[in-house]
Design a protein around this ligand. Structure first.
Ligand code: FES
Ligand code: FES
Length: 159
């Protein structure tokens, strides 16, 4: 069985052709092969949700997705949303509501919430709760993150 293969993955609007090991995780591919260290992998086994990236517009755990499974897809990381107005709104609200402390979990929350608000700018509080439900933060107690998401929606996104 082949242990390596070639993938073509469009990451943040740049197409990459790379040889990867069959077991190379997408998160490691992004961080180590492409230098996109905004994606964090705290638990590395599908528990914390922090490593979430968008694959063809859908949030996916990059620690449980192989680079080979992303062959032919369009991947967006937190760096790829740098100029996205929804992310800018979330950034501002996170600052205002003190929704991060160490910041290690923040990329996961931002990606998941950006995906939600891009689909549904007027997402309900319940939809916001469900979206961030699977993402673990060890510092904030979650309430500031929920408040920041609601504030971003009300002040900037669903207007
Ligand atoms: S690093 Fe992927 S779920 Fe925790
Ligand atoms: S801000 Fe530290 S883990 Fe969330």
């Amino acid at each position: 069985m082949a242990t390596t293969g070639t993938v073509q993955i469009c990451v943040n609007e740049i197409v990459h052709h790379r040889e990867v090991e069959a077991r190379r995780r997408l998160g490691d591919f992004l961080r180590e092969d492409l230098g996109l260290t905004g994606t964090h992998l705290p638990c590395e086994h599908g528990v914390c949700g922090v490593c979430t990236v968008l694959v063809d517009g859908t949030p996916r755990l990059s620690c449980l997705t192989l680079a080979m499974q992303a062959d032919g897809t369009r991947v967006v990381t937190v760096e790829g949303l740098a100029h996205d107005p929804v992310l800018a709104a979330l950034h501002k609200a996170f600052q205002e509501q003190h929704a991060l402390q160490c910041g290690y979990c923040t990329p996961g929350f931002l990606i998941a919430l950006a995906a939600l608000f891009r689909r549904q700018p007027d997402a309900t509080d319940e939809a916001i709760r469900e979206t961030i439900d699977g993402i673990i933060c060890r510092c904030t107690g979650y309430l500031p993150i929920l408040q920041a998401a609601i504030s971003a929606r009300d002040k900037f996104i669903a207007r």
